[in-house]
Design a protein around this ligand. Sequence first.
Ligand code: C2E
Ligand code: MG
Ligand code: MG
Ligand code: MG
Length: 288
Amino acid sequence: AAKESGKNSWRFYKKSMQQDACENMSIQHNLRYAIERGELALHYQPIVSLPDRDIISFEALLRWTSPEHGAVPPDRFIKLAEQSDLIHLLGRWVLREACKFARTMTDLGLGQISVSVNISPCQLEARDFVSLVRRSIETAAIQPSQLELEVTENVLIHSMEDSIRKLQELKVYGVRLSLDDFGVGYSSLTYLKNLPVKKLKIDKSFIDKILSDDAQFAGAIIHMAHSLGLVVVAEGVETEQQAAELFKYRCDYIQGYLLSRPVPWEQAIDLLIAFRREAPLLKLHCRQ
Ligand code: C2E
Ligand code: MG
Ligand code: MG
Ligand code: MG
């Protein structure tokens, strides 16, 4: 019986690998038409200051609802897009939409709130990346400082010098840069030294542990970032206790479900207006 079940599980394993490969191919195929079919959307998640909780920016997060595959998580379809030229198609669309959103906020008199966009390493490697970013900004007629690009240290794995040069060029142009998912992967101080970033985003895994014995990691990262002249965003903040702890560590900004999930642009605008209205009350509350 043992032998039989062993055989069966081997067969299931083999079948599921084939299914996976098939599904991946189907996702890649359908993703190619997702833009023209209007299946993509950008959702926006607020990033707020501590302790005032003013919304200082929104992070744009890509959503895809496929008639065939349903809501596919971005971690999954972006990895597949990165394996082909599709990432460039998606990346262009995301940049254009995000800049349009920044423009909308300014048009509505909500001030120059910035929007951050995640950039894959292969996007940065494209020869025309810098001009693509400039064009997106100019087309939407926004200030370069209203756009922030989030990169991970993975941008340094291939063509390190080329990527750093492009980021430098964008920085001079006025675009803001931040280092995403800090603390996971190979994070080393060399990366921080080489990348022209002003902001560091601490990965959610450290925030999850902030109330446990591992708490000192988040605190140490914040302290180190500050001594290097960087500002810090904590990602994935879900509870008031975590926010309070982060404030104790002098964390500059927080982002997470505690404040809001990523939402469509209309709701993001409503959030901005609601937070502005509530801000004086919150400040009063904090002082007590
Ligand atoms: P990321 O850039 O680190 O984005 C943060 C992720 O954490 C988002 O997942 C967000 O929805 C989620 N998140 C935020 N607050 C909380 C929280 O309090 N609790 C929990 N459990 N999760 C929270 P999402 O939207 O699924 O995106 C996953 C990743 O996909 C992103 O990680 C980013 O690396 C990538 N991604 C998303 N949109 C784009 C895009 O337009 N371009 C590129 N290249 N990558 C993207
Ligand atoms: Mg990000
Ligand atoms: Mg992140
Ligand atoms: Mg991430």
